[in-house]
Design a protein. Structure first.
Length: 532
């Protein structure tokens, strides 16, 4: 239930510097460009280090945390990661990570279990993937290709040539204007067509380059945009116009020119955004694009497999974007207007009543249910709020926190699920940030089951009061369960004071669940109140 997966943004973040240090490659000036700017965290992508490999694009990005985080290797405030992007498949794979304090490297690591992650629509992952894929598609990184015939198996080195980048003859190379430089906007039709000057012919003599000198280059000819517009409009008219009933006398040249201009104006106004983009791409290349080959009928494509057999998850076909399609009873996950989690902001400060907790030491049972570590409890633990008594049923954990506060993401969160006699649910969320070791968390981690769905019942009890901060101020709003079936009508209370958990304790949980947080859901005008 995260706003964005820490793995993905961290997967969008290994800096070129870490790559240089780790692999011993020559340094290259970074060109960080901002993708997301929150009040605290900033996410950027390095446009200078986007390179195409044989099967996708490799890119670097980073997250500037805006705060210092304690780590076994030191203190860091930025995380850099190297990702491999499958633009067509809309997936990304994290290859390396590094942790920095300013420009100083704290530690770096290779990702041992590299897995392709599906990019969710509207997520930060999608924006990073689009930036990486668009940069190569438009030729912004074309200068990274310095020669032809590179090793196509090395994802760090570009191997595929972009539009119109090819050798003219053996021993000679030509340099082409990057596509981005050639893209033009659609032109408004002129009141009357004017004869377009003939485009100069491309002429280049393949000559071997002397040793030690850079190869000679040629430039693509300038494109007559008005002529291309007119040709495109005429082609569209010819394909759409019905055959003439009878031959008509030829019109005068002046009338023909005026008619063509009027037709061009109508064609430009009628074309869709997709058509306009295709025409712009045609300007950017050396000529009209060949129509895509029609693939043979694919029964699998025509009849996509049902998701009915898929169990809900945080990645793959069962990811949050598909929850509403997996079961009819999960439909509210997509259609609900009061879904959780949310980014808590713009709350109204009022004198909220103090939550009265009846927590005491209790025996517990811990289970790895395949989605999180869940702790089940006996009877007698409860809280009183808004005139009702809610009994504590269970609590569980998410990494990173599912809730955000003014855009800030926390390292973990505990959700304490309560239920009253009327069947109404109330969840208390306790946020965690890295710092000192938490004793209750360590007791739980000491008893992690060795297998999923195996329940462990330790002899030692736990004191649930240790899960509550000293300051009991909180935010409250109406929302839903953050897992299927996403039931709405849940009372949420998010404690304002975070607790501390050690980096080792977070790392232990991440061994089981790298990211098990649902993305942030729209607030849809809901009222949020907070203790003043």
């Amino acid at each position: 239930m995260p706003v964005f997966r820490i793995s993905s943004v961290i997967a969008a973040t290994l800096a070129a510097t870490a790559f240089v240090l780790g692999l011993g490659l020559p340094a290259q000036a970074a060109d960080w460009q901002r993708v997301v700017a929150g009040k605290i965290e900033i996410i950027e992508i390095d446009k200078a280090r986007i390179a195409r490999g044989s099967s996708g694009i490799t890119g670097w990005s980073r997250i500037l945390l805006g705060r210092e985080v304690n780590d076994p290797g030191g203190v860091y405030n930025a995380i850099h990661a190297q990702n491999f992007y499958d633009c067509d498949g809309r997936r990304f794979t994290t290859l390396r990570r590094a942790y920095f304090n300013g420009d100083a490297l704290v530690r770096e690591e290779s990702v041992s279990r590299q897995r392709a992650n599906r990019v969710q629509a509207g997520s930060i992952d999608e924006r990073l993937l689009n930036e990486a894929c668009h940069a190569r598609t438009t030729g912004e990184a074309a200068e990274a290709v310095s020669s032809v015939g590179l090793d196509t198996h090395d994802p760090e080195r570009p191997s595929a040539m972009h539009a119109d980048m090819r050798t003219l003859a053996e021993g000679a190379q030509l340099r082409v204007v990057p596509v981005a430089d050639a893209v033009v906007k659609p032109v408004s039709p002129a009141p009357a067509a004017t004869p377009a000057p003939a485009a100069p012919a491309v002429a280049a003599t393949a000559a071997p380059t002397p040793s030690g000198e850079r190869p000679r280059h040629i430039m693509l000819p300038a494109i007559d945009k008005a002529a291309a517009d007119l040709a495109a409009a005429n082609a569209g008219m010819k394909s759409a116009a019905p055959p003439p009933a009878a031959a008509k006398p030829a019109a005068k040249p002046e009338l023909r020119a005026t008619a063509k201009a009027a037709s061009l104006a109508a064609a430009v106004q009628a074309e869709s955004a997709g058509d306009r983009r295709a025409r712009e791409l045609q300007y950017a290349t050396s000529g009209p694009r060949k129509p895509a080959r029609k693939k043979p009928a694919d029964e699998h494509a025509q009849n996509p497999p049902s998701l009915a057999h898929i169990h809900w998850a945080y990645e793959g076909d069962g990811a949050p974007g598909n929850w509403g399609k997996l079961r009819s009873e999960y439909a509210i996950c997509d259609k609900g207007l009061r879904q959780s989690p949310i980014d808590i902001r713009d709350g109204i400060k009022v004198s909220l009543e103090i939550i009265r907790f009846e927590y005491k030491p209790s025996q517990f049972r811990i289970v790895d249910n395949g989605h999180t570590l869940q702790v089940n409890l006996g009877e007698g633990l409860a809280m009183h709020v808004m005139g009702k008594r809610y009994e504590l049923v269970q609590f569980h954990f998410h990494r990173p926190s599912e809730e955000r506060v003014n855009g800030k993401l926390y390292d973990m969160v505990a959700h304490l699920v309560h239920k009253n006699d009327e069947g109404q649910l109330a969840v208390v969320a306790v946020l965690f940030e890295k710092g000192g070791e938490h004793p209750l968390i360590q007791t739980l981690w000491n008893n992690i089951p060795l297998d999923r769905d195996m329940e462990v019942t330790p002899a030692e009890p736990i004191d649930l009061a240790q899960l509550l901060p000293e300051n009991r101020a909180y935010w409250t709003y109406m929302g839903s369960l953050t897992t299927p079936p996403c039931t709405e009508g849940v009372l949420w209370m998010v404690m304002k004071q975070p607790l501390q958990v050690s980096a080792d304790q977070v790392a232990i949980f991440s061994r089981l669940y790298r990211s098990n947080a649902r993305p942030i859901q729209p607030t849809n005008g809901r009222l949020i109140k907070e203790s003043r």
